[in-house]
Design a protein around this ligand. Structure first.
Ligand code: ZN
Length: 254
């Protein structure tokens, strides 16, 4: 619903869910994730208009990622809560960015605030912060969160500047940088660099595949926020695996 309404400037509170074709209110029992779509056969109960496949698809992805997030942080309820909020925001942001090439501040600003303020109790950050300041663990975590924001944003800003110089076009927008601010505040300085690396890699590979398939329009806009979101989820789900791969590569090169 957020993905549909926010880019159209509609309120996400009122009116309640309704069919975009016939305008009829959708009853609660026709609005149950996944189940209602299956029971209704993917059509509006009143006018028979097809319901976009996007709804059950997003619902399925959300359910799947929520489950993985819960598994990952089992035993740390506060970290589960804040990472579920992060995942939910990233799903909405990436779908909106994918469709409209914009990232609403409504999601990035709260993520930055939540990431910074939750950092003393963020168990992911505790595991990977790598920053120790005097004896205060809490202070170390806050610093790590803030550095993640600063370094993540800084690196992405430099890439954006470089892209503008080299290609004479906007490769990245302010929305991407605000998004990486939030991600950095959640994941800390080392892991936000992983996110940028993976996002760039995924973007380049996708671009390469599209060029080979002949589907790539020259100077097509890139929804980098979608890649940042994907990279973020991969990093927090697969750490410490990424660090291990890195250490193995280093030792092979030596
Ligand atoms: Zn209808």
């Amino acid at each position: 619903m957020c993905i549909y309404r926010l880019p159209r400037g509609e309120s996400i509170i009122r009116p309640g869910s309704h069919c975009p074709k016939c305008g009829k209110q959708i009853k609660w029992y026709d609005n149950i994730p996944l189940i209602s779509y299956a029971l209704l056969g993917g059509k509006c109960r009143y006018c028979g208009e097809k319901i976009s496949l996007q709804y059950p698809l997003i619902e399925l992805i959300t359910a799947f990622l929520f489950l993985l997030t819960y598994q990952k942080f089992r035993g740390a309820p506060f970290t589960i809560l804040i990472f579920l909020l992060l995942v939910l925001s990233l799903i909405i942001v990436s779908a909106i960015d994918f469709q409209t090439y914009t990232i609403p501040n409504k999601f990035t600003y709260p993520l930055i605030i939540l990431g910074l303020f939750s950092s003393p109790f963020n168990s992911f950050l505790k595991e990977y912060s790598g920053i120790i300041i005097s004896s205060s663990r809490q202070l170390s975590l806050i610093v790590s969160s803030f550095l993640g924001l600063l370094v993540g944003g800084g690196v992405l800003y430099l890439i954006a500047l470089l892209g503008r110089k080299m290609f004479k076009r906007e490769a990245m927008g302010g929305g991407d940088i605000k998004l990486i601010f939030g991600v950095g505040a959640f994941l800390g300085v080392a892991n936000v660099l992983w996110v940028i690396f993976l996002a760039s890699l995924l973007g380049a590979v996708t671009g390469g595949v599209l060029i080979i398939a002949g589907k790539y329009k020259k100077f097509q806009e890139v929804a980098f926020g979608t890649y940042i979101s994907l990279g973020t989820v991969l990093v927090f789900l697969f750490q410490p695996g990424l660090n291990r791969i890195y250490i193995d590569l280093i030792s092979i090169c030596k």
